[in-house]
Design a protein around this ligand. Sequence first.
Ligand SMILES: Nc1ncnc2c1ncn2[C@@H]1O[C@H](COP(=O)(O)OP(=O)(O)O)[C@@H](O)[C@H]1O
Ligand SMILES: [Mg+2]
Length: 430
Amino acid sequence: MNILVLGSGGREHALAWAIAKSPLTDTLFVAPGNGGTAQIAKNVSNLNAESGEEVLAFARENDVELVVIGPEAPLVAGVADAVRAGGIAVFGPDAQGAQLEGSKTFSKEFMVRNGIPTAGYGSFDNAPDALAYARELGAPLVVKADGLAAGKGVIVADSLDAAEEAIRDCFTGAFGAAGSRVVVEECLTGPECSLLAFVSAGEALCMSTAQDHKRAFDGDEGPNTGGMGCYSPVPIVDPDELAEMQRIMQQAAEATAREFACDYRGVLYGGFMLTPEGPKVLEFNARFGDPETQVVLPRLESDLVEVMLAVAEGCPGDIGLSWSDRWACGVVLASSGYPGSYEKGKAVSGIEAAEALDGVTVFHAGTAERPDSGLVTSGGRVLCVTALGDTFESARAQAYKACGLIDFEGKQLRTDIGYRASIGRSAWGN
Ligand SMILES: Nc1ncnc2c1ncn2[C@@H]1O[C@H](COP(=O)(O)OP(=O)(O)O)[C@@H](O)[C@H]1O
Ligand SMILES: [Mg+2]
């Protein structure tokens, strides 16, 4: 069958890579795609991926039978609703389900209503009430713009002054419309861990745990980014914590079926903090994570298209997931200056040599294929270099060996992806 993937990041290259491996896949389109997807699929550059009408029209014209929505924006914009209403299978929740990511208040209310462990919070549409709540709570605390803010709408404030400034910033437009409502919540402690699940008809089929590195520089210093590296599974999670996270994901899936007008059919991403009182949900996302996907999918041995079809058709009983028992580690190569301003158009070399190493796959994020100059950088995060290994350490070592073979001017990477996990739980101090 013909399949359309929406998006352009490393996540979408990993999705396209796994979809292209399936014998069920005929023509694969990625809109808009990147330099990596161009090698395994047809990139579609002139499609507005946030318009349900346009996506449906494209799918009809090209006999697409499955649409896979990568990023959150089209989900929140209701692209899944439009395509599904047009009779075409969609992997991704409708707009109501996507509100679990699109509004932090919606998500917190959902959690509290369903007894899902999460940080205590208040939600406010004006600064004076938010400030009063923050003063009552006391520092440290966390201030979150309610709406989609591309990972930049959360401030973890160590002092009350910093929290007050963050609240004022939100209400004076620092995050645009996303900040017209603000969530103020208690600060939790512990390692973070994501658990993604395929969710369909009230069932959660959990994938394996993954851990992202959000900060730009080694030692978790510097500004927040889209994610600088990731590994899966997470060795420091104990079996009781894993069981509790899986239980929470199932509880959330059942709640989607009970509460939402339409079935939630896609990925539910649970962002957890492993607190001394047990795992608590920091947030839900309505799609695959980036870069989590780049370390989770290489371990998936099942046919992703079969899985996605079962999810899209609301038949969770048909989903069979089998996983490699190898470890995966992914290191992001970024452009110098990222997440601030950076230059584009730098020639990229060495990918073939890197992929010749055992277990290594290079996922593209910000790359483009130029007819004159070949593969060049075109974004902040350029590549995610993933390696599989029989041990956590060997996966890390192989990923870094591969990173050393790839070059472009201004290449920037963290040298400590997975370092804390290799030390053990004590590295988090709890
Ligand atoms: N209650 C909390 N306590 C401590 N840290 C938090 C809390 N909520 C969020 N954070 C930190 O802020 C980051 C971003 O918050 P999150 O809710 O995941 O928002 P988003 O991914 O939309 O930016 C988290 O990954 C975590 O590091
Ligand atoms: Mg997050």
